[in-house]
Design a protein around this ligand. Structure first.
Ligand SMILES: O=C(O)CCC(=O)C(=O)O
Length: 276
């Protein structure tokens, strides 16, 4: 398969989990009706985003109500579904976790956010996920036919090492459910995705919640970027579905014309990689 009909679902998220799930389901069905075979949801699509909410909304994976909805909707609509992220509880620890479902409703990948969002920009944003969350330790990929796809979550997109590992594992795309904010969103959201795509000659997509008016205000602007580093589709900040047909032949074209992965000087970088 070279073309995957894909859609990003940028939903509004509120405090009522059932309402969030109902709303996400409605938009997934709309995206599937529009022909999408791969549909992706935002970070924390079932709960408000914030350290004070994670324990209250945490669920077991895959045996909680959110995973049940994701599995059913993937099966009923015969789609691959990247289930954004949800707060997960596992052995008394909390994680920010992404699950992926196939058209039979089976969970085919699970990824726990590796790089936790701890930043402090005075007058801008202060956030400390590590106050409550534990970091994941494992990369996760899944395949749609012969296309291999890697997973990251939001702040993870700042770490080029993770993206490079996925490329070296054979990925042609990385999907990042995310929820940038009104300080770093305008500065870095688009730029980081273009950087990861260009460096690794892969598609990158990132899916944000729609911008609300209370609590954590998400930047929105869910985005597809192609392996040339060009933004090929971007939402505004409102609730919507963004469709895009991704042609994976484009990865081969850019890799052949600009063969940086054959030109890497690992003999030189070896030393640099050891500096912490
Ligand atoms: O990196 C940023 O600026 C935002 C990251 C973020 O919001 C997150 O990891 O959830």
């Amino acid at each position: 398969m070279t073309i995957i009909k894909s859609a990003l679902v940028q939903t509004q998220v509120g405090v009522d989990r059932d309402a969030n799930l109902k709303n996400a389901k409605k938009f997934i069905e709309e995206a599937a009706k529009g022909g999408a075979k791969l549909i992706c949801l935002p970070e924390c699509f079932n709960s408000p985003y914030g350290v004070k909410f994670f324990d209250k909304y945490a669920e077991c994976v895959p045996n909680g109500p959110t995973c049940e909805m994701l599995s059913n909707v993937a099966k009923d609509n015969q789609i691959y579904l990247v289930g954004g992220t949800i707060p997960e509880i596992y052995e008394n620890k909390y994680y920010n976790t992404c699950t992926v479902w196939n058209p039979c409703g089976e969970m085919i990948a699970k990824y726990r956010k590796i790089h936790l969002f701890d930043i402090d920009i005075p007058g801008g944003i202060t956030f400390k996920e590590s106050d409550i969350l534990s970091p994941g330790k494992e990369l996760a990929t899944f395949c749609i036919d012969d296309v291999k796809i890697g997973l990251g979550i939001c702040y993870d997109m700042r770490f080029e090492e993770l993206a490079k590992l996925y490329r070296l594992m054979g990925c042609s795309m990385i999907i990042y459910p995310g929820a940038f904010n009104m300080t770093t969103g305008p500065m870095h959201w688009e730029l980081l995705q273009r950087g990861r795509a260009l460096d690794n000659q892969i598609y990158v997509c990132a899916i944000s919640p729609a911008r609300g008016t209370q609590g954590y205000i998400a930047w929105g602007h869910s985005q597809f970027t192609n392996p040339w580093g060009k933004v090929i589709c971007q939402a505004d900040h409102t609730e919507k579905v963004v469709h895009c047909d991704l042609d994976f032949k484009e990865c081969d074209v850019v890799r052949q014309q600009i063969p940086i992965f054959k030109q890497r000087r690992c003999d030189v970088y070896d030393t640099i990689n050891k500096i912490n």
